[in-house]
Design a protein around this ligand. Structure first.
Ligand code: PLP
Length: 522
């Protein structure tokens, strides 16, 4: 039985945690030091008493494990403490302001969670007969109707499982539409400031990607775009509001020019949060747009999931949308699984997923939408934009705001590292922010701005919370502008000091070594 409570070793001290005063345990008050699970347990301990392995002939034909793999064994209380201690070192939207730009880290109302856990939604199986899941299908259809109404588009595909998956769905529909008219085109135009998923998606679908330059106001250069349009351009992918946090005022003119040249318009709608209830993408000539339910309509996300990326389509693209989709006939909801001759999906490009999409995200988004109502959703957008502009205007005297002069921003504020001295950069400022108790903003994106800092404060933050964040950022920014080299050591108050991120990415330690082996290797 391993009684070592936290993997403490006499040599640990406080140096690993970086506390100023060393403690015997390495703990700092009730912030408890925690080791890797491999350092904690020994391979002999177990949380359960298992029967001895029955002797039976193996049927693995020599592929059976021939040596122990060194997984740590822990008792149940050790396991609980290990993960609880680690969870206390996490940062989350439920702990504090989460200013990651482009990510829309929203407060997730608890009502959403309650609804998502209702057994009628949470415990159903996608292969159940449709007459036993009428409520779930009704919810999918109802959410789809809301998305169509809010965007002013013609139809919606609910199955894509994230924003990037939605982009794939949209471009596959665009390719199907072009092929249906016998018009194979090769190029997709993407602005320089685009999220990396945009060019990746276009390349994945088989298109050649070309950049469209931005003008000095951070928007798509309309003349440059127009002069590049021609019979080889299948589509343009435009993010609106864009990744500089700015509305593209020429969107309708862009769509008109692209359509006149025979191409189609894809809109990356990840930033829809800024314009819900104010602008309908359908009025701007857009043919397909994904909506990140997990950004615009709350639902917890981060660390890779979960997400949901429904795609809304124009009338022209609707026949090419994916299967399956939910159809309402009177009080009955059916699942259309095959191409049908009707107006919808008659020339569908096929399926995106095995089933219907992310039911848990649908229930959360629907709860969010219904609890806000149409007027409430508009208010959410207005508050998001107000908060971002408050940050922009409160900090532009200390941080360079490259597009600050071109008017208000949308729901995120963009700064650069211009004016930082003596080798200090955006990374140092971000680490300094950790010491102040904030998750850093998005860094070095968009690429069009040097040392970019993209700050999205979300609408639910109070003025007091914003003022505290602004104060912290101002103080760190002033240090960066004064060339304060102590920032290079930040974070000094975090459970771990600054990591060599390049080394960690290039040479990750993924294989557990027995202590003797590790010593031999050194
Ligand atoms: C988040 C985001 C995406 C990708 O969405 P995922 O759901 O993470 O796949 C694409 N474009 C922009 C502008 C985004 O902010």
């Amino acid at each position: 039985m391993n009684v070592n409570p936290s993997g403490w070793r006499p040599d640990m001290g406080a140096s690993e945690g970086g506390g100023e005063t060393e403690t015997f345990t390495g703990n700092r008050a009730l912030m408890l030091e925690e080791s890797l699970i491999f350092e904690l347990g020994d391979t002999g301990t177990t949380g359960v008493d298992l029967e001895p392995k029955p002797s039976a002939a193996t049927r693995l034909g020599g592929l059976e494990r021939n040596r122990p793999i060194g997984l740590a064994g822990l008792t149940e209380p050790q396991t609980v403490r290990h993960y609880t201690r680690l969870s206390r070192q996490n940062y989350a939207i439920d702990l504090g302001l989460f200013p990651l730009g482009s990510c829309t880290m929203k407060h997730n109302p608890r009502l959403n969670e309650k609804v998502a856990r209702m057994p009628g939604f949470a415990d159903i199986h996608p292969l159940q007969p449709t007459d036993t899941v009428q409520g779930a299908l009704a919810l999918i259809e109802m959410l789809g109707e809301w998305l169509i109404k809010l965007t002013g588009m013609h139809s919606v595909a609910m199955s894509p499982k994230a924003g990037a998956h939605g982009e794939l769905c949209g471009l596959l529909a665009i390719r199907a539409a072009l092929e249906a008219r016998g018009d194979a085109r090769e190029v997709v135009l993407v602005p320089e400031s685009a999220h990396g998923t945009n060019p990746a998606t276009a390349a994945f679908v088989g298109y050649r990607v070309e950049n469209i330059p931005a003008n000095e106001r951070g928007r798509v250069d309309l003349d440059a775009l127009k002069s590049r349009l021609g019979p080889d351009v299948a589509a343009v992918m435009i993010t609106n509001p864009n990744t500089c946090g700015l509305f593209e005022p020429d969107m309708a003119a862009i769509s008109e020019a692209v359509h006149a040249a025979g191409g189609l318009v894809y809109c990356d709608g990840a930033n829809f949060n800024a314009i819900v209830g104010r602008v309908r993408p359908g009025d701007l000539g857009i043919d397909a747009m994904h909506i990140n339910l997990h950004k615009t309509f709350s639902t917890p996300h981060g660390g890779g999931g979960p997400g949901s990326g429904p795609v809304v389509f124009s009338e022209a693209l609707t026949p090419f949308a994916p299967l399956p989709f939910v159809e309402r006939q009177g009080d009955q909801f059916t699942l259309v699984e095959e191409e049908s001759a009707g107006e919808h999906h008659g020339q569908s490009f096929g399926r995106m997923t095995a089933f219907h999409g992310q039911m848990g995200m649908f229930t959360r988004a629907m709860a969010y939408i219904l609890s806000h109502g149409a007027d409430g959703l508009r208010q959410v957008s207005e508050d998001a934009v107000l908060n971002a502009n408050y940050i922009l205007r409160s900090l532009e005297d200390v941080l360079d705001a490259p597009f600050g002069a071109s008017g208000p921003c949308m729901h995120e504020a963009l700064f650069s590292d211009k004016g930082f001295r003596d080798g200090l950069g955006t990374l140092d400022l971000a680490k300094g922010l950790i010491d102040e108790g904030f998750h850093p903003m998005t860094m070095y994106f968009p690429l069009v701005v040097h040392g970019a800092m993209l700050i999205e404060p979300t609408e639910t933050e109070s003025k007091a919370a914003l003022d505290q964040f602004i104060g912290a950022l101002r103080s760190v920014a002033e240090r960066a502008k004064a060339g304060d080299q102590s920032l290079k050591a930040a974070p000094v108050h975090a459970p771990r000091r600054r990591l060599d991120e390049t080394l960690a990415a290039r040479k990750p330690v993924l294989v557990y070594k027995e202590p003797e082996q590790a010593e031999a290797a050194e």
